[in-house]
Design a protein around this ligand. Structure first.
Ligand code: KET
Length: 967
C-alpha cells in the first residue's frame, strides 16, 4: 500500500500531549530537513546524509516529536517531488520513531509491514540508485527484525484483545508472518550476491570490506549492504526461533574473527556477536562463546566513550550488561578463564564474581542463579505461529522463552554431575578409579559413566561438522587409572623470570656502583687523600683529562633536501645549479625578497612604538586571525561560529610538529597515514611526536599521475579515526594533485570512516597563482562541518623562509549547529568551547618546546594581510612567481623535445607547484651532479623555481645525457 497512515482519532490516543497533534502540519525545520535530505540523497553525499540521519533527525524529534509522530508522509511528499523511494524511506523512519517513542496500534504495525514489503521490493528489483550510510541500512534490517519480534509478542498476548483487533489479525494474517520475514531477508542476501562478493574478495577480485561496502564508482550500495546485514538479521531471527544451528550457518560468509562491514556500525557489531555468542552457548560451544564475548566486551570497554551521544548508547550499555551475564554463565559451565582478558575479567568479577562462585556449586541456589542470569540476558524468544482465534484467549507470549529456559536448565543440571570431576581432575595427574569414586561418593560403574558423559559434554560440533573440544583438562583411562593430560600447554614462565632476574642483577650492580661513587665523592669533599687506585674516581667520565663522553657519537648523514644545498655550496664550479631545496629564485638566479615585504618591514622599522617584548605563547593575535581567514576563507562558517583555534608556529614544520604533539596527547587514534611518496620530513615529525606512521598509495610511477584507486583502497582500509596527512595543493615531491571531484570522493570516504584530516599547506598560491583556488581542498573539508587541522607556511608564498612564520589552525566540528538551525540554541556554545579548550592545551605543548614564537615575521605577515592595498600587491607578486615557474615548465619541456630526449616529458607541464618529479633515478641524478654540477634530490625532484631561461639549456643537456648515457 502507499500513502500515509490515516491518523484518525482512535489512533492518536497517546495521552494528553498528543491531543493537539495535526499530522498534516509540517514545521519549518521538518521542511528543511526533508528538502535537504532529499537533495543530499540525490547528490549521493553520504557523509551529509549520515550526519542528518544521526544528528538532525534526533534533535528535531527531541524538539518537536517527543511524544507525537512525525508529520504524515502525504504532508511532506510535495517537498520531495513525491519521490516514491524517498517516501518509502521517510515512512520507514516515521514508523521507527513511532515504535521507539509511542506504542503502535495494530493497524500501524500492519502498515509498517506493508511499508517494509514495498521498500524491499523496490530494492530487490534494482531500481534504487542511491548511496545510503551503513548506519541507516543496518537500522533498517535491525528494525525490521525488531518489529517482527514485537509483533509476535503482541499477537501472543491474546488475553485482552478486542474483537476488532482479532478481526484485523484474521484479515491481515500475512502481516509479519515468519516465512515472509525469512523470505525477504533471504531474498536480499541472494539478490545482492553478497556471498559471492565476499568469496571473491578473498581472492582479491572484489572490494567490499575495504570500502566499507560503499561504491565509489557512482553506483549504489543499498542492495549489497542490505544483503550483507540481512545475514545478521537471519542469525537473529533463527535465534529468536531457537534454531541456533541454522542461525550460525547464515553468517558463515562473514569472518567473525576479522573486522568487516559488520564492525563498521556499532549496533551491528554488538548484535552480531551477542547472537553469535548466545547461539554458541546454546550449542555447548563454550570456548567459542567465551572468546567472542571477551573480544566484544573489551571493545565496548575501550570505545564506549565515543558513543555517549549516540541514540544507540543505552542499547549498547544494555547489551554490554547482558553479555557480561552470558559470559558469567558460560564461564561457570566451562571455566576457561585464560581466554578472558584482564580488563574484562575485572569487570566480570565486579559484576558477577560472587554469583559465579555460587553458580559453581550446582545446588538449588546455583540453579536459581542460572535461571536469573539466563532470563535477564537471553533474546526475546518468539512463537512465530498465530494462535487459533476460536479458542479461549490466553497469553502464550512466554511459551517460547519458557521452553528455551527449560532446555538450558536441563543442560545445566547435567553439568552438575560433572563439576566434581572437574575439581578432582584439576588436582591430580593420575588417580585410580576406586579412589576417585570414593571421593565422589559414587560407585565405580557410575563414575565411568560420568567420566564418559564429561567427555561427551565437553565436546561440540563446529560449523564444518567437526567435533571440537572445549576441555581445559583432558584425561584418559588406562586399566583402572585415570590419567590427566593438560590439553593446552601451560604458559612458559621460565623465560619471563630469567629476563626479570637478569634485569634485577643489572640494577643491583648499578646501585653498588653508585654507592661507591658517592663514597668516593664524600671522601673527596672531606679532603681525604685521593686514592689513585680507586676505580670510581679514576674513571669519573667528566674529569678533564678524559676523552669526550660523546666520543661514541657517529656522524649523521646530511638531510636529503637541505644536504643538497650543503653540497652545492662546496662546489666551486661556475656553472653549478641548485635545484634541490624548494626556494624561489629570480630569473637572475637570486633569492627574492618581495617588494611588499620590504615595504611592510620599512613600516615596522618606522613605527617607534614597536617593542621587542615576548609574544603570548600562541603568538600574535592579529596574525592568527588573519591566517585562519586566509586559509579557510573570510566567510568560513567555522570562523564565524568561533570554532577555529589558530596558533602561530615556527613556519610549516613547527606547525606540523605542534599539531602532531597535540594529537599524540589528546586524540584517541595514534596512527597517521601519509602519502607515498611525501616530503621526507613528515615521517620524522610525526614519528618523533609518538604517532605510528603508515603510508597510503598516492603516486603511480607508470602514469606519473595520481594512484586514485590505491589511495581510496588504502584510506578505505585504514582503521576508523586514523589521522590522514593531506597536501593542500602542489603535492611535494610529485606535483600531482587530486581533481576537485577526486577531492570530493576523498572527503566523503574520510568523513564516513571518521578519518581525521591534517592538511599541510606549504604552497598556497604557488599551485595556481590564486590563493583561494589553492585552498579549495581544505575549505571543502571545513565546509562540511567536520573536524580538520591545517599547518600553514609563509615560507614560499611570502618568501619568508628564514623568518619561520606559520600557523596551526584547528577547526572543531560544528555539525549540529549548521544543519539543525532550528534547534541551534540548544547546542550552539559546544564547539566554540571545545576550540578554546583545545587552544589551552596547545599552549601546554608549545611552552616547553620554545616558549613562544618570534615576533618579526608574523608582524610582516599581519601588516600585509591587514591592508587591502598591500594584500593586492602581494597577490600580484605571488602570481608573478607562480607564472614564472609555469613558464619554466614550458621552456624545459620544449628544450627536451627539441633535443629529442627519449621519453614522454609531458608530466613536466602537467605537474603543478614548485616541483617536477622527473622520474630520473638516483644513478641519473648522481651523473648530473658529477658531470653537470646540477644539484637535486636523489628521488629526481627538481625545484622549478631554481631554474631560469639562462639555465634551462644546461639542465636539458644534463637530462638528455643522463637519460641516454647513465643507467
Ligand atoms: N610541508 C611541505 C610539503 C614542504 O614541502 C615543506 C618544505 C614544509 C612543509 C615546511 O616548510 P617550512 O619552511 O617549515 O615552512 N619544503 C621544502 C624545504 C624543506 O625541505 O625544508 C622542500 O621540500 O624543499
Amino acid at each position: 500500500m502507499a500513502g500515509a497512515v490515516p491518523y484518525d482519532s482512535e489512533q492518536s490516543a497517546h495521552g494528553d500531549s498528543a491531543s493537539g497533534y495535526d499530522p498534516n502540519y509540517v514545521p519549518d525545520s521538518v521542511k528543511s530537513f526533508v528538502v535537504h535530505m532529499y537533495r543530499q540523497i540525490r547528490e549521493k553525499n553520504v557523509y551529509e546524509i549520515h550526519q542528518m540521519y544521526e544528528t538532525s533527525f534526533q534533535s528535531i524529534s527531541d524538539r518537536f516529536f517527543k511524544d507525537v509522530p512525525w508529520p504524515s508522509v502525504d504532508a511532506v511528499a510535495t517537498y520531495v517531488d513525491n519521490d516514491h523511494v524517498f517516501c518509502l524511506l521517510y515512512r520507514e523512519m516515521w514508523f521507527r520513531h513511532l515504535y521507539a517513542r509511542l506504542s503502535p496500534t495494530l493497524k500501524q504495525r500492519i502498515d509498517s509491514w506493508d511499508n517494509y514489503c514495498n521498500l524491499f521490493q523496490v530494492v530487490l528489483h534494482g531500481v534504487v540508485n542511491m548511496q545510503l550510510p551503513n548506519q541507516w541500512l543496518w537500522d533498517m534490517v535491525d528494525e525490521f527484525v525488531y518489529q517482527f519480534q514485537s509483533f509476535c509478542q503482541y499477537r501472543a498476548k491474546m488475553k485482552n484483545k478486542t474483537e476488532q483487533e482479532i478481526a484485523l489479525l484474521r484479515q491481515y494474517d500475512q502481516a509479519w508472518n515468519v516465512y515472509g520475514v525469512l523470505n525477504y531477508l533471504q531474498a536480499l542476501v541472494e539478490k545482492s550476491s553478497i556471498i559471492q562478493i565476499l568469496e571473491q574478495e578473498k581472492e582479491g577480485l572484489e572490494q567490499f570490506t575495504a570500502t566499507d561496502g560503499y561504491d565509489y564508482s557512482g553506483g549504489s550500495n543499498v542492495l549489497k549492504v542490505l544483503g550483507y546485514f540481512s545475514m545478521i538479521g537471519l542469525l537473529r531471527v533463527h535465534c529468536l526461533l531457537g534454531d541456533y544451528h541454522t542461525g550460525l550457518k547464515c553468517i558463515l560468509p562473514i569472518d567473525i574473527t576479522q573486522q568487516g562491514v559488520y564492525t563498521s556500525v556499532i549496533g551491528s557489531h554488538i548484535t552480531t556477536i551477542y547472537h553469535y555468542g548466545f547461539a554458541n552457548l546454546m550449542l555447548r560451544k563454550y570456548t567459542e562463546a567465551i572468546r567472542e564475548f571477551n573480544k566484544i566486551l573489551l571493545y565496548i570497554f575501550k570505545t564506549k566513550q565515543y558513543h555517549q551521544k549516540s541514540p544507540q548508547y543505552e542499547q549498547i550499555l544494555k547489551k554490554n550488561e547482558q553479555m557480561y551475564a552470558l559470559l558469567a554463565v558460560t564461564l561457570s559451565l566451562c571455566p576457561q578463564l585464560k581466554l578472558v582478558e584482564e580488563t574484562v575479567n575485572s569487570q566480570l568479577r565486579e559484576k558477577y564474581g560472587e554469583k559465579m562462585l555460587r553458580m559453581q556449586r550446582f545446588d538449588d541456589e546455583a540453579f536459581a542463579l542460572y535461571d536469573e542470569l539466563f532470563s535477564y540476558a537471553c533474546p526475546k524468544f518468539i512463537t512465530p505461529s498465530a494462535p487459533s482465534y476460536d479458542e479461549p484467549l490466553v497469553n502464550y507470549n512466554q511459551d517460547a522463552y519458557r521452553l528455551q529456559l527449560k532446555l538450558f536448565l536441563y543442560e545445566v543440571k547435567q553439568q552438575q554431575l560433572l563439576s566434581g570431576i572437574r575439581t578432582f581432575l584439576n588436582v591430580y595427574s593420575t588417580i585410580s578409579l576406586a579412589k576417585l569414586a570414593s571421593y565422589m561418593e559414587v560407585d565405580e560403574h557410575t563414575l565411568r559413566t560420568v567420566l564418559m558423559t564429561y567427555k561427551h559434554k565437553m565436546h561440540s560440533v563446529n560449523s564444518d561438522g567437526k567435533i571440537v573440544s572445549n576441555m581445559d583438562t583432558n584425561f584418559y583411562i588406562d586399566d583402572d587409572m585415570v590419567h590427566v593430560v593438560e590439553s593446552k600447554a601451560p604458559k612458559k614462565y621460565g623465560d619471563y623470570f630469567m629476563r626479570q632476574i637478569v634485569k634485577l642483577e643489572g640494577i643491583m650492580t648499578d646501585i653498588d656502583r653508585i654507592k661507591l661513587e658517592i663514597n668516593a665523592l664524600v671522601r673527596h669533599l672531606q679532603g681525604s687523600p685521593l686514592d689513585a687506585a680507586d676505580p670510581c674516581l679514576a674513571a669519573a667520565p667528566t674529569s678533564a683529562a678524559q676523552i669526550s663522553v660523546f666520543d661514541h657519537v657517529v656522524r649523521a648523514p646530511e638531510d636529503p633536501i637541505l644536504g643538497v644545498t650543503v653540497a652545492y655550496n662546496k662546489d666551486p664550479s661556475p656553472v653549478k645549479l641548485n635545484l634541490g631545496v624548494g626556494a624561489y629564485r629570480t630569473e637572475e638566479g637570486k633569492p627574492l625578497v618581495l617588494n611588499v615585504v620590504r615595504k611592510a618591514e620599512q613600516m615596522l622599522v618606522n613605527d617607534r612604538s614597536r617593542v621587542k617584548e615576548y609574544l603570548p605563547i600562541v603568538g600574535l593575535a592579529d596574525f592568527n586571525k588573519l591566517s585562519a581567514k586566509l586559509i579557510l576563507g573570510a566567510d568560513s562558517p567555522a570562523i564565524q561560529d568561533n570554532r577555529v583555534t589558530t596558533v602561530q608556529c615556527l613556519s610549516g614544520t613547527g606547525s606540523l610538529r605542534v599539531g602532531a604533539e597535540f594529537l599524540a596527547r589528546h586524540y584517541h587514534q595514534h596512527t597517521i597515514y601519509i602519502p607515498q611518496p611525501t616530503w621526507g620530513n613528515h615521517v620524522k615529525i610525526f614519528g618523533l611526536a609518538g604517532l605510528a606512521v603508515k603510508t597510503y598509495r598516492y603516486y603511480d610511477p607508470a602514469t606519473r599521475g595520481l594512484n586514485f584507486r590505491g589511495l581510496l583502497e588504502d584510506l578505505g582500509s585504514a582503521p576508523s579515526g586514523a589521522i590522514v596527512l593531506l597536501h593542500a595543493c602542489a603535492h611535494n615531491p610529485t606535483g600531482v594533485d587530486p581533481t576537485a571531484q577526486e577531492w570530493e570522493q576523498i572527503r566523503q570516504l574520510m568523513r564516513l570512516k571518521a578519518l581525521l584530516p591534517f592538511f599541510d599547506s606549504a604552497y598556497q598560491g604557488f599551485a595556481s597563482g590564486n590563493l583561494d583556488a589553492d585552498a579549495q581542498s581544505i575549505r571543502m573539508f571545513v565546509r562540511d562541518g567536520g573536524e580538520c587541522l591545517v599547518a600553514q607556511s609563509y615560507a614560499k608564498n611570502m618568501g619568508l623562509y628564514g623568518e619561520r612564520v606559520g600557523a596551526l589552525s584547528m577547526s572543531i566540528s560544528g555539525f549540529s549547529e549548521r544543519l539543525t538551525v532550528s534547534v541551534k540554541d540548544e547546542q550552539s556554545t559546544g564547539s566554540a568551547d571545545v576550540a578554546s579548550r583545545v587552544e589551552s592545551q596547545l599552549k601546554l605543548v608549545i611552552r616547553p618546546m620554545y616558549s613562544n614564537p618570534p615576533i618579526h615575521g608574523a608582524s610582516i605577515v599581519a601588516t600585509i594581510l591587514k591592508d587591502r592595498a598591500m594584500f593586492q600587491e602581494w597577490e600580484v607578486e605571488l602570481k608573478a612567481m607562480a607564472d614564472r615557474i609555469i613558464s619554466m615548465r614550458k621552456q624545459l619541456f620544449d628544450a627536451l623535445r627539441s633535443r629529442g630526449t627519449p621519453g614522454d616529458w609531458s608530466h613536466i607541464i602537467k605537474q603543478i607547484g614548485m616541483f617536477t618529479f622527473t622520474g630520473l633515478n638516483s644513478t641519473q641524478v648522481a651523473f648530473m651532479t658529477k658531470e653537470y654540477h646540477i644539484y637535486l634530490t636523489s628521488d629526481g625532484r627538481i625545484s622549478m623555481a631554481g631554474l631560469s631561461s639562462r639555465t634551462v639549456p644546461h639542465l636539458a643537456d644534463a637530462i638528455h645525457a643522463a637519460v641516454t648515457k647513465a643507467a
